[in-house]
Design a protein around this ligand. Structure first.
Ligand code: SF4
Length: 68
């Protein structure tokens, strides 16, 4: 179970639909995240993803690409 009362002040995040986000403080609660791309040759901001994102509706299940 994720405890997002703790925040990692090195990882600011505004993605409120992620179970790891602390919306009150605007930080991620994980110790580390994985950043990656879904493109073979990323050239734009939207090519880059937080692969540790876990949608709220999947609470208790694995994140999109990696754990945590
Ligand atoms: S896992 Fe990624 S999307 Fe989720 S709160 Fe942390 S930084 Fe934001």
């Amino acid at each position: 179970m994720n405890d997002n009362r703790y925040v990692n002040e090195s990882i600011k995040c505004s993605v409120k639909s992620c179970v790891h986000q602390n919306s009150e403080r605007g930080y991620c609660s994980l110790d580390a995240i994985t950043v990656g791309t879904h493109e073979p040759h990323p050239t734009k901001c939207q090519c880059v993803d937080c692969e540790s994102f876990r949608p709220a509706q999947l609470k208790g299940k694995k994140g999109c690409k990696t754990a945590p």
